[in-house]
Design a protein around this ligand. Sequence first.
Ligand SMILES: [Zn+2]
Ligand SMILES: [Zn+2]
Length: 274
Amino acid sequence: MRRLGVHTSISGGLPESLRRARELGATAMQMFSHNPRGWAMRALSDAEAGEFRRLKRELGIRPVVIHASYLVNLTSAEGEIREKSIRMLKEELARGDAIGADYVVLHAGYQIGREEGGARPVLIKAIKTALAGRRGDTGLLIENTAGVSVGEVARIAKEAGTAGICLDTCHAWAAGYDVGAPEGLALLKKEIGAAWDLKRVRVIHLNDSRGTIGSGWDRHDHIGKGKIGLEGMREFLAFKPFSDVPLILETPKDNPGDDRRNLETVRKLLAGTR
Ligand SMILES: [Zn+2]
Ligand SMILES: [Zn+2]
């Protein structure tokens, strides 16, 4: 069975996110390791980390993914922000090690105003600095964003020495890839394969998109309700090269039951592809 999960809240403590995932019948999950919109990080106690590890094993939820803070901006023009960002990324990885998370996912964003060519070496160097001397098991994945090509993300992830790539369907769509059609999927395969290796796609963020293809607009939608649509999602899920990659939804939580409905939609689509 393909692993499927959703981003869950850590309100009440990190282990609560695992319990929420379990209640939804998820076999994988993602969370933040702290409030993603502030630089301050609440200390993580050994007891909380230990409980998380125990519960993860007991529930068999895998992978557990930490989404790095939105404040992490490794290519900021401001040196102080870059330093703080590297420190925070290191801390996200250390937290991952402490709780036994499988991956930390980081957006491969370039700050507006920086050319790809100029920001790329800055980004790679910063990621290498954050990874230097690491002993823990949590792997870093680089996620494609609406403004960067997927091939470029694969090259950065490889050159920086990370564990792999997290492919977000909404972001790829916003960047101009038709993830719901054979030609778009073939292009993804070609670009990732040319830059690195398809097997390096370790996690998929399965999201529909409110924006049109190529719009550069990063707005997630419910599975099947956005511009990629139900048929597009079906096509994506049936794409063989990714058929073993765990799926994590980052769909909107507008109304109670949204997570449950989105997961159910994906389960039905997956059942149809077998
Ligand atoms: Zn994502
Ligand atoms: Zn997004």
